[in-house]
Design a protein around this ligand. Structure first.
Ligand SMILES: Cc1ncc(COP(=O)(O)O)c(C=O)c1O
Length: 402
């Protein structure tokens, strides 16, 4: 007689706080699409969904690697040519005192490994608010309470230094800085980086500098790497192929560890223990790292031209639309407009999908100051699609909140 299972299998309670608003919304969009409506997706930061293509020489490098039989496991930190190329890139970014580099399955895995290797129960790490939600999801998974610092909308979304100072506790071990920022598109000034480095020195913090968008700066002034202004401070700089090199599906990211060797080495042993435990990152795709970092960079000219034009179109719409205001993004491909509406921004985005078939992400999915409401736009689609989406959002605002 077959045995039937009596009790349901329930997930771990620590997952109750794991949220990822960007993908969670996709369920509602799928439901609307199943009803036969064409969705205008301004919610997922994947350039390959739009008119962007992975550079051909990178595809060739991976194809060649597969044909050459590079299909087994790789060393846990990554293959030598990739690690050399990442070190070269770190030097070009002005990073000195490099202590280690390692390749991961996207920056997502770098984040997971770096936070897991650092934090004991009761510790905390400062994360920005608003933040890219992976950070809070990983912290929830490893049962670490959130300790967030505000980004200051009135100051072009620069980190609020006074808030950071207030939030540092004896159990604060590190600070996450996303620069260029997701979801605001802001880029940190040198002065801000120096001030954060000074706090890290004073409070013995490690800095996680997520610079995955560092080559997607739309204006003229260059991106400044956190580790370059603070060679003495322990910093792990995150980078990867997903955004700058238009290959998010390959799942290739990396970490560059810098700072004084005696200070950071013990932590790096922990990181490497976790790197070994998960075997390795995708092997053939690692062959694209050298091709990407040392090969032609022509695609970036075209990508930035498109992003500049789409950012400007987005800002024009924000300026002309009542109830909407927006700090101009300078990097990445996100805008984070503020909206003045009498209901939650989560209701705003779900009704917008259901009534106008446009998907954006609610500010409450990233975190924001109490009393403020926002939504995140991914301005990767072409001008025609963006114009149609903004016209639909404008109609929605007028009809719903007239
Ligand atoms: C700030 C930030 N960090 C990390 C990631 C994850 O990148 P990856 O595709 O390398 O895992 C993203 C993806 O959107 C991001 O916006």
């Amino acid at each position: 007689m077959p045995v039937t299972q009596a009790r349901e299998i329930v997930p771990a309670t620590r997952l109750e706080n794991v949220r990822y608003a960007i993908r969670d919304l996709a369920c509602i969009a799928d439901e609307v699409a199943r009803q036969g409506h064409k969705i205008l997706p301004l919610n997922i930061g994947d350039p390959l969904n739009f008119d962007f293509k992975t550079p051909a020489h990178m595809i060739e490098a991976v194809y060649q690697a597969m044909r050459d039989g590079k299909n087994g496991y790789s060393p846990s930190s990554g293959i030598a040519p990739a690690l050399d190329a990442i070190r070269g890139e770190a030097v070009r970014k002005g990073i000195a005192n490099i202590q280690d580099v390692f390749v991961t399955s996207g920056v997502s895995e770098t984040v997971d490994i770096c936070l897991t290797a650092l934090l004991n129960p009761g510790d905390n790490v400062l994360t920005p608010c608003p933040d890219y939600p992976l950070y809070s999801a990983v912290l929830a998974k490893i049962e670490i309470g959130l300790n967030t610092y505000y980004l200051n909308e009135e100051d072009g979304w620069q980190p609020d230094l006074d808030d950071i100072k207030k939030k540092i506790t004896p159990r604060t071990r590190g600070i996450v800085l996303i620069n260029p920022n997701n979801p605001t598109g802001s880029v940190c000034t040198r002065k801000m980086l120096e001030q954060i480095a000074e706090l890290a020195r004073r409070h013995n913090l490690i800095i996680f500098a997520d610079e995955i968008y560092d080559k997607l700066i739309m204006d003229d002034d260059p991106h400044i790497a956190m580790a370059a202004v603070a060679p003495d401070v322990p910093v792990i700089t995150f980078g990867g192929l997903s955004k700058n090199y238009l290959a998010p599906g390959w799942r290739i990211g990396w970490g560059i560890a810098s700072g004084e060797a005696p200070v950071i080495k013990p932590y790096l042993e922990g990181v490497n223990k976790l790197l070994r435990a998960r075997l390795c990152a995708n092997h053939p795709e690692q062959y694209a790292i050298k091709a990407a970092l040392e090969g032609p960079q022509d695609h970036l000219v075209e990508v930035k031209r498109k992003l500049r034009s789409r950012r400007d179109l987005t800002m024009k719409w924000c300026a002309e639309t009542s109830r909407v205001s927006c700090v101009a993004p300078r990097g990445a491909f996100y805008a984070y407009p503020r909206i003045d509406i009498p209901e939650g921004d989560d209701v705003f985005v779900t009704e917008l999908i259901r009534q106008k078939y446009v998907t954006v992400v609610h500010g409450s999915g990233f975190g924001q100051r109490p009393g403020t409401k926002h939504f995140r736009i991914v301005f990767l689609p072409d001008e025609k699609t963006l114009t149609a989406a903004y016209s639909a959002i404008g109609d929605f605002l007028r009809e719903r909140y007239a």
